[in-house]
Unconditional design. Structure first.
Length: 252
């Protein structure tokens, strides 16, 4: 049985491109093109509602259902293949969206959907065992729905976030059309960089021992893996490696 990775992209589009690139970079391809796992990258941003707007009640149709409807015809086209699915969007993993996605998705024993948030926390538990205080930067939707903090708490890890007063500004630094990361990702704006340095410093001052970059665009601003001695953890890098391993390929 051959393996394929399905990237449920477009949420946002640049995040899907980065995840696809990471899969290529982290795969041990034995020095040839044929050594790479097949990747089907679906990016139809116009057909998937904004996840935060859905969670805040500003749009009605569930993006999880929209994504499943987009993928199902593709999944049906490969009945004999092992298909491993990853979604490069933190807010998409909020329970109302992710559950709707998996419930609506075509179900066979050959299809496996990875959960980026759980994979990230599993990484902390395995690789950063001494960490008990986990910093988190995320969209307001991810924060309000406790997408990370519920799972962190279930594993006896404390979540540290920016003040509730700073959260709207953090969210705006992702979405703002003039300086936000979604609008200006290559290169990012100086204001976006300065803002995220401020939020990172705040989390470190509160005792964060590792910081999760809990929106897939944030690593476009904070490109370093360590900031002032504290590891910055990119869930998409965790997901990329998990997709490779689950597909039966080796990491570089």
């Amino acid at each position: 049985m051959s393996s394929k990775i399905i990237l449920a992209g477009g949420v946002g589009p640049m995040a899907g491109v980065v995840l696809h690139q990471s899969i290529i970079e982290h795969t041990d391809n034995q020095g040839c093109d044929h050594g790479h796992v097949d990747v089907l990258h679906v990016s139809a941003a116009s057909k998937i509602n904004d996840r935060t707007k859905f969670l805040l009640g500003e749009v009605l149709e569930n993006p999880g259902v929209q994504m499943a409807n987009l993928l199902n015809p593709i999944l049906q086209a490969f009945p004999e293949d092992k298909l491993v699915i990853g979604v490069p969007c933190n807010t998409f993993h909020a329970q109302p969206i992710f559950d709707a996605f998996t419930n609506q998705l075509e179900k066979t024993e050959n299809i496996k959907v990875l959960h980026m948030i759980q994979s990230t926390i599993d990484y902390i538990l395995k690789e950063l065992r001494s960490a008990t205080k986990v910093g988190l930067m995320s969209t307001t939707g991810t924060r309000n729905l406790k997408v990370y903090s519920n799972i962190l708490a279930a594993n006896n890890l404390e979540t540290i976030e920016v003040t509730i007063e700073n959260q709207p500004e953090l969210h705006d630094t992702i979405y703002n059309p003039d300086f936000g990361i979604k609008a200006h990702s290559n290169p990012v704006t100086q204001k976006a960089r300065e803002n995220f340095e401020k939020y990172t410093n705040e989390l470190i001052s509160k005792g964060a021992e590792v910081i999760i970059l809990g929106c897939t665009e944030i690593p476009l601003v904070l490109t370093e893996s360590v900031y002032k001695g504290v590891q910055l953890l990119d869930p998409m890098q965790v997901l990329a490696k998990q997709l490779i391993k689950t597909s039966g390929y080796n990491l570089r």
